[in-house]
Ligand binder design. Structure first.
Ligand code: NAD
Length: 296
């Protein structure tokens, strides 16, 4: 009989599916709930158990991991008669890995505390590939004792796992991460259009650039997307739009100026308004191409 904590997993999307499968591979028993039947079937095929509701998924769980798109979904799964707080057992630990506003994390931790339930915010960076390979960076906010309890589980999902401070701190660091990633993708996209219009071999150029100071994880992970104009997500523009809203709002609240971030936030918003919200964030290339007079 396994002595590992029993896991409930809510939200089996692009990230949640491979992450939950890594826990199953590490020997954990995982009961999951998500909105799409095919994702529940995938969990069962991987050796997990599918639940018919959030209540059914969380009732016996020691640790409840959530990985849904944004703050409204975290609130929808957490609160109300069918939500996690009403149906989890006292003493359970919620590990919210969604990228949401820091304030939503703070509010959730305080509501959960009234029910004797603990919460840490643990958003991730590394994308779908990082989720599949279990090499995510995981930035955590919350109590040290709860971080220590979750650490063995997080070590089955990621490689760099850091407690950043009190509730909401993980989300603040994740917001900074999304600022850096968006600006980096935008710079790469501008370089791609410049290089192509200049008639330089793009593959050769990106290879040599990635070996120098201009190299980055973004360029390594997204090079083929640029070369092949392959914008299958990955990380959807819709989600990056949400994250640019989080970082610009949080920065404004603390009086930090993000002049370049603000411009890139507008470019992401414009791409989405033009119908590209479902594409991978490397599709920022399409925005630069349009601005440069190319038909896309
Ligand atoms: P996704 O849209 O692929 O998956 C979200 C999942 O949440 C879906 O399967 C959906 O069924 C489920 N869900 C939504 N509302 C629900 C509800 N009420 N009850 C149960 N399930 C519900 O999104 P994703 O790409 O996996 O991203 C999840 C989170 O991780 C987001 O906050 C995103 O910003 C963050 N993130 C994503 C990536 C990435 O590369 N995709 C990388 C780092 C962080």
């Amino acid at each position: 009989m396994s002595t590992l904590p029993k896991i409930a997993w809510i939200g089996l999307g692009i990230m949640g599916s491979p992450m939950s499968e890594n826990l199953i591979k590490a020997g954990y028993s995982v009961t999951g709930f998500t909105l799409e039947q095919d994702k529940l079937d995938r969990l069962t095929a991987a050796g997990g158990t599918s639940a018919a509701s959030i209540a059914e998924a969380v009732e016996d769980a020691d640790v409840i991991i959530t990985m849904v798109p944004a703050s409204p979904q975290v609130e929808a799964i957490s609160y109300g008669p069918d939500g996690i707080l009403e149906n989890a057992r006292q003493g359970a630990l919620i590990v919210d890995m969604s990228s949401i506003t820091p304030q939503t994390s703070v509010d959730l931790a305080s509501s959960a505390k009234e029910k004797g339930i603990r919460v840490i915010d643990a958003p991730v960076s590394g994308g779908e590939a990082g989720a599949i390979e279990a090499v995510l960076s995981i930035m955590v906010g919350g109590e040290k004792a709860d971080f220590d309890e979750a650490l063995p589980i997080l070590e089955a999902l990621g490689k760099t796992i850091v407690l950043c401070g009190p509730h909401g701190s993980g989300q603040t660091v994740k917001a900074a991460n999304q600022l850096i990633v968006a600006v980096n993708i935008q710079a790469c996209a501008e370089a791609v259009v410049f290089l192509e219009k200049s008639g330089v071999d793009l593959q050769a150029a990106l290879d040599v650039l990635n070996g120098g100071l201009a190299g980055s994880t973004v360029l390594t992970r997204k090079k083929d997307n640029f070369l092949n104009r392959d914008f299958k997500p990955g990380f959807r523009i819709d989600l990056h739009h949400k994250d640019m809203g989080i970082v610009t709002d949080a920065a404004r609240n603390v009086g930090a100026a993000l002049p370049v971030g603000a411009v890139v936030a507008q470019l992401v918003a414009s791409l989405r308004a033009q119908g590209d919200g479902g594409l991978d964030h490397s599709a920022l290339l399409r925005a630069v191409e349009r601005l440069s007079g190319q038909q896309v």
